[in-house]
Design a protein around this ligand. Structure first.
Ligand code: SF4
Length: 475
């Protein structure tokens, strides 16, 4: 939070002194009639900051209306002997008192710029919050926006306690109860993805198919490509490669048409995975390579490391041992640079691969059983979780040696979560709240998942080394 004591406010606005300088209360003079001077008091709500986008921050605010009786000299003198008013009395910055009138409203946010080159103006605010009632400039790059419900801490923290599937089911029930078709499509997609993570391909298929049919009834269909990509994975899981590849290709076409680099990267990764399990390593390598270039261009180091590892698996599959080792080593180095504790897990598998060892003695998901805990979802991306068991009828389980050893590293989510144990450094509560609140206010957030990185934000936000793919989280 900036220090409000040093802010340059509009001359007509009075600020109320606060003890710590980290909260703000402002008085706005309103209309004046024969009997009263009207005022509006706006105060920030402590610990509710969130990032709207990199460099632009907001905090929840509340306002009350008050009226100050207009009195002459004798009126002011006699005021001392009058009975106190029934409403709450406020002390104005002028030293006079005013009586609260009307209800408190809490649908305001205060918005400011942290990075100087950025500028705020009313058209930008209106484009960002088309539903807002109005906005008011109150200082240099400082605006009050009325009619916005700020992201709430309680709901985001409640969500953080629940499993991803519980949250997806709740979001779906809420959307159906309110008849909101767009939110219903989003929740069906989330639910399908959680089923995919859990290995329930038929249930995933049902949810994602319903999401696809429903979105085609809406005017705005920007999420159609995303649904097709996930449906492609579900179809692939059920052992139908041809319709699966058609869906994955269509998802990529959608992403390219929208020039959405995040979606292109994800589609290419999935195609790479599909070609890999269909035993087409050259096309798999080409897809992973293109996805890797996009991950680097977007500075998405988490995905960069994953893609380098997938390239290593593919090189190993076709006997290019040296390239496999180089790629896997690069993946470990990227993880180490990002202070990702998973680096140790991958390094352990790479060591055994280099030594020509077998994977005997390393634990796998098959031994550990399915895991739907948030940490397992975090330590294993959707594609990673699919490496564990190849789709029905396509190929046998990977041997626990050679390329199989590299596959095991990505597929054993539960074992990895156990292996990492307390090695996953978590963030302090205040940082977690700000991250969750920032996600809750972000238009890339589905209510459960970040559409850009695909992560379940309730798990990801807790982990210190994790980052927002577009740098909205505070450092
Ligand atoms: S992690 Fe995703 S949902 Fe959260 S703020 Fe960043 S872009 Fe938005």
């Amino acid at each position: 939070m900036p220090d409000w004591r040093t802010l340059h406010l509009d001359d007509r606005i009075f600020s109320e002194p606060t003890a710590d300088g980290h909260s703000l209360a402002l008085w706005f003079p309103g209309k004046r009639d024969e009997a009263f001077q009207h005022w509006e008091r706006v105060s920030t709500v402590p610990h509710t900051e969130f990032t709207v986008e990199p460099g632009i921050t907001a905090v929840a605010a509340a306002s009350v209306q008050a009226k100050q009786p207009i009195r002459g000299f004798f009126g002011k003198f006699l005021q001392r002997f009058q009975k106190p008013t029934e409403g709450r009395a406020w002390l104005l910055p002028t030293g006079d008192t005013a009586e609260q009138c009307g209800e408190r409203r809490s649908d305001l946010i205060l918005l400011w710029v942290e990075d100087k080159p950025k500028q705020l103006d009313e058209p930008w605010i209106k484009a960002r919050w088309p539903e807002c009632e109005r906005s008011q400039k109150i200082g240099e790059n400082l605006y009050l926006v009325f009619g916005i419900v700020p992201p709430t801490v309680s709901s985001t923290l409640e969500q953080a306690q629940a499993s991803p599937r519980q949250t997806a089911e709740r979001l779906l029930a809420d959307a159906r109860a309110t008849g909101d078709r767009r939110r219903e499509v989003s929740a069906l997609t989330d639910l399908g993805i959680t089923y995919l993570h859990e290995g329930s391909a038929q249930l995933a298929l049902r949810s994602l198919d319903e999401a696809l049919r429903n979105i085609r009834l809406l005017d705005e269909r920007s999420e159609e490509g995303e649904i097709m990509g996930n449906l492609g994975l579900a179809v692939l899981r059920t052992g139908q490669p041809k319709p699966a590849m058609a869906l994955l290709e269509q998802a990529l076409t959608h992403a390219r048409a929208a020039n959405d680099q995040f979606a292109m990267k994800v589609s290419l990764e999935r195609l790479g995975f599909a070609y890999a399990i269909l035993r087409n390593p050259s096309r798999s390598l080409a897809s992973f390579e293109e996805a890797l270039s996009l991950a680097r261009a977007l500075a998405d180091i988490r995905h960069e490391a994953e893609l380098l590892w997938y390239l290593a698996i593919q090189h190993a599959e076709i006997g290019r041992r040296e390239q496999a080792i180089a790629s896997a080593q690069a993946a470990v180095e990227v993880m180490e640079k990002a202070r990702n504790p998973q680096a140790a897990w991958y390094a352990q598998h790479l060591r055994r691969f280099r030594a020509g060892d077998s994977g005997i003695g390393l634990s796998t998901n098959e031994e550990a059983g399915p895991d739907s805990s948030p940490i397992a979802f975090l330590t294993s991306s959707l594609t990673a979780s699919l490496w564990a068991t190849p789709p029905a009828g396509m190929q046998g389980p990977a041997p626990p040696a050679g390329p199989g050893l590299l596959r095991m590293a990505v597929s054993a989510a539960k074992s990895m979560a156990k292996f990492l144990g307390s090695g996953l450094k978590t963030v302090p509560a205040a940082t977690l709240q700000r991250r969750l609140r920032t996600c809750a206010a972000c238009h890339h957030h589905t209510g459960l998942r970040c559409r850009l990185c695909g992560c379940f934000t309730n798990a990801k936000a807790r982990i210190a080394h994790e980052q927002c793919p577009i740098a909205k989280w505070p450092e």
